[in-house]
Design a protein around this ligand. Structure first.
Ligand code: NCD
Length: 305
């Protein structure tokens, strides 16, 4: 059974194919409107979500399928002490594919090991978020046309930001990508993520200063400081406004810069930036639905459903 737990579960060729399918869906939505008729997606959200859950649901509906599930784990049997392994085993009786978000790192992997239907990791704690990465890659491909040779700045909470971990991992497989990791000392990227860059001998630098690197960037990937992962509220309050992107700060940026953000935004991008043509984050959110449609189709097809 094929699952998507880590972005490395997909080859770069498979990612290209998913991007191609997503682009075809964007161009010809009617051709896909009945592809999943009679199929059910289980959306198992043990942690808050707006975009990821709703884009999975919209994706399945636009393929002609149905959605079951929960968005509040307090209403599920996990509140009675059921394990994710038991939950997924049982969900396999009701649905053809499952998307799971969980506050515990590794929970979707544990579920996949016991599952008889494909499991998609929709975000596990501060670890990984592979479908956000597919969304980000589709966005970069549509905005820039390629991945090779880009200078990509990641800014904000690189320690707890799971979307950052998965996207760095994915981009490390392309040629001559340069990483600029911008964060407070306390929120630096974990060493296992940095090791991906080092293993591929790709160029990277770490800095606390966004302004000094702004002119170099082709992509600026802004992130929210992940309040729910902090052990201590005081530390969060001290770090939460470390970076706030404003039109003023963008004056030294390239005209061709693409600004991405997985959303939700808190304070790290001023609303005034939204009107800048370089701001891609709302287009990025829309892309999330199309790439999830492509992914659902692929996994169901491989599962023989
Ligand atoms: C991200 C997440 O859940 O990790 N949101 C999303 O899925 N688009 C980013 C975040 O919560 O900061």
């Amino acid at each position: 059974m094929r699952h998507l737990i880590d972005i490395l579960d997909l080859t770069t060729q498979e990612i290209d194919e998913l991007i191609e399918t997503a682009n075809d869906i964007i161009a010809n939505p009617a051709a896909y409107a009945h592809k999943c008729e009679g199929k059910k997606l289980a959306a198992l959200f043990f942690e808050p979500s707006t975009r990821t859950r709703l884009s999975f649901e919209a994706a399945m509906y636009e393929l002609g399928g149905h959605v079951i599930g929960f968005s509040d784990a307090g209403n599920s049997s996990s509140a009675k002490g059921e394990s994710v392994a038991d939950t997924i085993k049982m969900i396999g009786c009701y649905a053809d594919i499952a998307a799971m978000r969980h506050f515990k790192e590794g929970a979707p992997l544990v579920a996949a090991m016991r599952s008889e239907i494909p499991v998609i990791n929709a975000g596990d704690g501060g670890h990984n978020h592979p479908t956000q990465t597919l969304t980000d890659l589709l966005t970069i491909k549509r905005e820039k046309g390629h991945f090779d040779g880009l200078t990509v700045g990641f800014c904000g909470d690189l320690k707890f930001g799971r979307t950052v971990h998965s996207l760095i991992t994915a981009l490390s497989r392309y040629e001559n990508v340069k990483f600029i990791l911008i964060s407070p000392q306390e929120l630096k990227v974990p060493s296992y993520v940095k090791d991906m860059i080092k293993e591929k001998s790709l160029a990277y630098k770490q800095t606390t200063d966004l302004d000094s690197v702004m002119p170099e960037l082709d992509i600026l990937y802004m992130t929210r400081v992940q309040r729910e992962r902090f052990f201590n509220e005081e530390e969060y309050l001290r770090l939460k406004d470390s970076y706030i992107l404003t039109p003023e700060k963008l004056k030294t940026a390239k005209d061709t810069l693409s600004i991405l953000h997985p959303l939700p935004r808190v304070n790290e991008i001023a609303v005034a930036v939204d009107d800048d043509p370089r701001a891609c984050y709302f287009r990025q959110a829309l892309n999330g639905k199309f790439i999830r449609m492509a992914l659902i189709l692929k996994l169901l097809e491989e599962a023989g459903k």
